[in-house]
Design a protein around this ligand. Structure first.
Ligand SMILES: C[S@@+](CC[C@H](N)C(=O)[O-])C[C@H]1O[C@@H](n2cnc3c(N)ncnc32)[C@H](O)[C@@H]1O
Length: 371
C-alpha cells in the first residue's frame, strides 16, 4: 500500500515525496545478508527510448524500479540491489556482450517507485541491440519480475563527436607531403605493400594487361600505381573519386595517355561511351550507406562490358539490422545490402573475408550482371 498516497492530500504529495526521499537518503540501508527468495519481487519499467548510443561509451536508460518486497532494497553493502542489463542482438540472440550491474541510486522502501537515469556502458561493437533490464541483488536470489519485461532498443553507433566526411579530409590534407594516409594506409610503406595485393585480387578475377579497368573511389592512386606498371597500351584505366583534390592529384601523378581521372558524385559515376571489363570499389562501400552502395553498383552495371566483373568490399555485422556507424566506417547487414544489390540486377559471390572490428568483418564480393 502506498501510505503517501493514502494519507497525504494530492496537492501536498510532491513536497511530501521530496521530504521522504531526503530522510531516506540520510539512512542508507545495508543488507548484512541477501534477502530471502520469497521476498525478492520488483518491477522495472523503461520510461522512454534512447537516442543512438556511442560504442563503448556511457548512455543513460531512463528506468523506474518499484520495490514489491516487504523490505527496503538498497544499493550499499555486500549485497547491493540494482539493475542489470543484458544484451541481445536485434534478432533476440545472445551476442557475447557481458551483463552489467548498476546499483540503485538510493534505498527504495516497500511499495516505492524510483525513477532514475541508470548509466550503463554501450557495447563496443556497432549494432542494433535489445537491452533487457532486471532487478538483482548481488550474491542473492534472482528477483521475481512483477509486470512485463523491461526492454529497450539501443542502436549503437560510432562516437558522434563529428561526422566523418571525405570532402573535409581532403580539404585538410597536404597531398604534397603525405598522399598515402588519406586513402587509409598509415605509412608510405603500407601504401606500397597494399599496391600489388590489390592488383593481384583483380588479376585473380581475370584482369589482364589489355583490360579496361574502372577504379571508383580511386583516392590518391593506390590501384593506379599498380595499374601503371601492369596495363598495356591497349588497356584502359579510369579513376573516379568524390574528392576533386584526389582527382587533380592523380591527374598530375599518373600521366599515361590511357589513364583518365574524373570527379564522381556520391551515387553517380559520370563516365559514358566506354565499357569496362573490371570495376573496382576498394574501401568505398565501407563509407557509403546501403542505398548509396546499391545506386553506385547500378552505375557500375551500366558501365560493365559483357562478361565483366565488379569487385568490392563491405563491412558486415550480424549485430546490424540494416546499417550502423557513420561514413567513417559503415557496417551493414549483409542480407539487407545484397537484397538491394540484387535489385540493381547483379549476382553476388563472396570471395574473401577478414576480421574488422568486434563482430564485424570485411567481406570482398564479386558481382556479375544477372543472366
Ligand atoms: C579509403 S579511401 C580508398 C581509396 C582507394 N580505393 C584505395 O583502395 O586505396 C576511399 C576513397 O573513396 C572516395 N569515396 C567515398 N565515397 C565515394 C563515392 N560515393 N564515390 C566515389 N568515391 C568515393 C573517398 O573520397 C576516398 O578517396
Amino acid at each position: 500500500m502506498n501510505l503517501l498516497r493514502t494519507l497525504v492530500p494530492a496537492p501536498l504529495r510532491p513536497a511530501a515525496r521530496r521530504a521522504r526521499s531526503f530522510v531516506r537518503g540520510l539512512r542508507p540501508v545495508i543488507h548484512p545478508a541477501p534477502l530471502p527468495a520469497a521476498d525478492c519481487r520488483a518491477a522495472v519499467r523503461v520510461a522512454r527510448a534512447v537516442p543512438p548510443a556511442e560504442a563503448g561509451r556511457p548512455f543513460e536508460a531512463a528506468l523506474s524500479v518499484t520495490n514489491h518486497t516487504p523490505a527496503v532494497i538498497a544499493p550499499g553493502g555486500r549485497h547491493p540491489v540494482g539493475v542489470t542489463v543484458s544484451w541481445r542482438s536485434y534478432l533476440g540472440e545472445l551476442c557475447g556482450v557481458p551483463d552489467a550491474f548498476v546499483p540503485l541510486p538510493r534505498p527504495a522502501w516497500p511499495g516505492e517507485e524510483i525513477a532514475h537515469p541508470f548509466r550503463f556502458t554501450a557495447p563496443e561493437s556497432l549494432g542494433d541491440y535489445v537491452a533487457e533490464f532486471a532487478v538483482v541483488q548481488r550474491g542473492g536470489p534472482a528477483f521475481e519480475r512483477v509486470g512485463g519485461r523491461a526492454k529497450l532498443d539501443v542502436a549503437v553507433t560510432h562516437p558522434l563527436d563529428g561526422e566523418f566526411n571525405y570532402h573535409d579530409i581532403y580539404a585538410r590534407a597536404d597531398l604534397g607531403q603525405d598522399f598515402w594516409s588519406v586513402s587509409g594506409p598509415g605509412s608510405r610503406a603500407e601504401f606500397d605493400r597494399l599496391t600489388p595485393i590489390k592488383l593481384k585480387l583483380l588479376t585473380d578475377l581475370g584482369l589482364t594487361p589489355d583490360s579496361r579497368l574502372l577504379d571508383v573511389g580511386c583516392g590518391t592512386g593506390l590501384l593506379a600505381t599498380a595499374a601503371e606498371g601492369f596495363l598495356s597500351d591497349r588497356g584502359l584505366y579510369y579513376g573516379t573519386d568524390l574528392a576533386p583534390e584526389a582527382v587533380e592529384f592523380c591527374k598530375g601523378r599518373y600521366r599515361r595517355p590511357n589513364f583518365h581521372f574524373v570527379t564522381s558524385g556520391m551515387t553517380t559515376v559520370p563516365v559514358a561511351g566506354v565499357e569496362f571489363d573490371v570495376v573496382a570499389f576498394y574501401s568505398v562501400f565501407t563509407h557509403t550507406y546501403p542505398d548509396e552502395t546499391a545506386l553506385l553498383l547500378a552505375e557500375a552495371n551500366r558501365l560493365l562490358a559483357p562478361g565483366g566483373v565488379i569487385f568490392a568490399d563491405l563491412f558486415t555485422s550480424p549485430l546490424v539490422a540494416r546499417h550502423a556507424g557513420s561514413r567513417y566506417a559503415v557496417e551493414t547487414n549483409r542480407d539487407h545490402v545484397l537484397r538491394l544489390i540484387a535489385l540493381a540486377g547483379l549476382d553476388a559471390e563472396l570471395v574473401m573475408t577478414s576480421p574488422w572490428n568486434g563482430q564485424a568483418r570485411r567481406e570482398f564480393f564479386k558481382f556479375t550482371r544477372r543472366g
